[in-house]
Design a protein around this ligand. Sequence first.
Ligand SMILES: Cc1cc2nc3c(=O)[nH]c(=O)nc-3n(C[C@H](O)[C@H](O)[C@H](O)COP(=O)(O)OP(=O)(O)OC[C@H]3O[C@@H](n4cnc5c(N)ncnc54)[C@H](O)[C@@H]3O)c2cc1C
Length: 606
Amino acid sequence: MVTVAEVWFWPQREGEGLAAAAASLAHTMGARTVAVVFGPQQQVQWAADEVLYWPYIGLESGTAIAAGLAHLVKERRPSALLLPASPLGSEVGARVAAHIGASFVGPCLRLDHSGKGRILALRPAFGCRASCWLEVWGEGPVVVTLSLESLRSRRLSGSPGRVTEIRDEVLPVAPRGRMVGIYALKPEDMDVGEADVVVAGGRGMGGKDGFQLLWELASYLGGTVGATRPAVDAGWAPKERQIGSSGRIISPKLYLACGISGASQHLVGMRGAQEVIAINTDPGAPIFSLATLGLLGDARQVLQAVLERLSLMARPQGSSPPFLPPSTWPGKVMVCLSAGPDPESLVGYEKGEGVPFVLGPADASALALALKVKGTDKYLWAVAVGGEEMEGPLRLALALGAQGALLVGTPAGEMDVLATAYLLAQTAQELRPDLVLCGDRSLQGGTGAVGWQLAHILSWPCVAHVVDASLSDGALWTIAWAEGGRRVLIESSLPAVLMAREGAVSLPYPSVRKQIKARAQPIIRKVPSGPGHGSRGLKVSSLGPPKPMRLGFYQVEESPWPWQRVAALLGGGRPSSGLVTGDPETLAFHLLEFLTSRGLLAPPKK
Ligand SMILES: Cc1cc2nc3c(=O)[nH]c(=O)nc-3n(C[C@H](O)[C@H](O)[C@H](O)COP(=O)(O)OP(=O)(O)OC[C@H]3O[C@@H](n4cnc5c(N)ncnc54)[C@H](O)[C@@H]3O)c2cc1C
């Protein structure tokens, strides 16, 4: 047990951002900072008072890392453990919290300290329409994930005060699925919201043949194609690829805007991109104000010159998404549903009044997948934890074919994810399903932790971001989303927990007759017995309208981006110079150099 308060971080991603966040929280608390590093030959040079280095722990799975972190946290009881809100960081954070019975908060935008010994965490609420401060109270560590976005804007580099090597035994871990294959999708199979690289075109691309150049470049970069509204209206790109206020809102790592003016309705959809390259013939085009690299020229000619050079390189072969046949095995399925305040109708949300509760989009995917996996006439139970507001999703499940619905009551105002996970685990032990499905994250809490914690408590394998699933011969096959718009095929033993990805499967609409019938069906209500298993508490200390979430974080002197981008993000002016000019060959050279510097293309052979 440490006597001086400590703030720990696990620098899996955006390590310098985490070091900065830990240092700033530690400063307000008078605490020291500790980085925890796992695996052989890992970097230990982190700006922290101490680095705990455990070289002999397996890095291959979240369960192993969570077991290692929980082991150390239990021993030294830091005040907080900070992790990146990456897919792996979110899993590890949720599992560590379940291991040690700690509060889990995430994904957070900022941390602070109340001055009364309590940690404050700012996190988005109501599907990012608002933000709220959560106050962590009670004894023991809190596990926090921080959004990658917020971590990118503040960095702290340096060397540790000291490095302590841990030589403890490797710990036993829970079962997990076996990865059968990983598929890099072709640009046309990749969702524009998932891609790391979006090559987008506007009216300036001149037609479908101009868009063909975008598709070709996207295939070299492992990305996909986006479009402005006029390009979609002209039939050059499908509607689901439209970026902007009446299309998709995306935040890829790189957005390449070709022949796009940068109207405000378009910028709304892509200003979350980490870096922007713009190619335009008009030096006054507003898109240049966001560009890390601005090329003044004819986009078609520049892209043709780029593709000519790239034609000497092997083009990466994308694959079609794997296909799963319908289930052939009569599994028992339990689906966990929850309702949250409808982000689209936040009238009177300050008092929490007048806001209808709806099924969250990830939970809707879970229900649709559950219906698919169970097939016809098989066993499906819909379960919700909460108050009467959960009745709607349960009745919907009954109308769509669930055999039973169970509502597990909680005290009013319950906010604890771990308590929810325990109640669901208890229910799973009673219902004995082969498969439990839930959404990646609920609309209500939105932590994305319940599925991981449920699997952890039950010691079952768990797959997150699931887009398809099938049961055959007692085995479970799932296709899950992976970063960079890829798909992973995983085989797991049963029983298992699956966390469905938002928008992966659409939910059918029940007929009016079925809805009326479902209204008459009973919902079994259960009051949890025995002592609660929650963690230390959380309470909402203030709930406000949307804060300028991104802008609040940028500090010009600390930004990793050029001043033009910072100025644009702060709502300021446009670059007065800095556009690259020249013939298409010269512009193509600059573009290729930029793409190579970002690791998107192999460097040319000398
Ligand atoms: C209610 C509403 C909702 C809207 N929603 C959206 C939305 O969701 N998404 C969206 O995109 N728009 C939306 N719009 C439309 C938006 O206002 C703009 O009209 C649109 O974004 C402009 O698209 P563009 O950049 O392709 O075309 P333009 O504004 O016409 O720009 C074309 C650009 O291409 C450049 N150019 C021309 N030839 C070349 C060349 N050979 N090489 C390089 N550059 C060249 C030009 O200099 C110009 O900058 C909406 C509008 C309204 C009113």
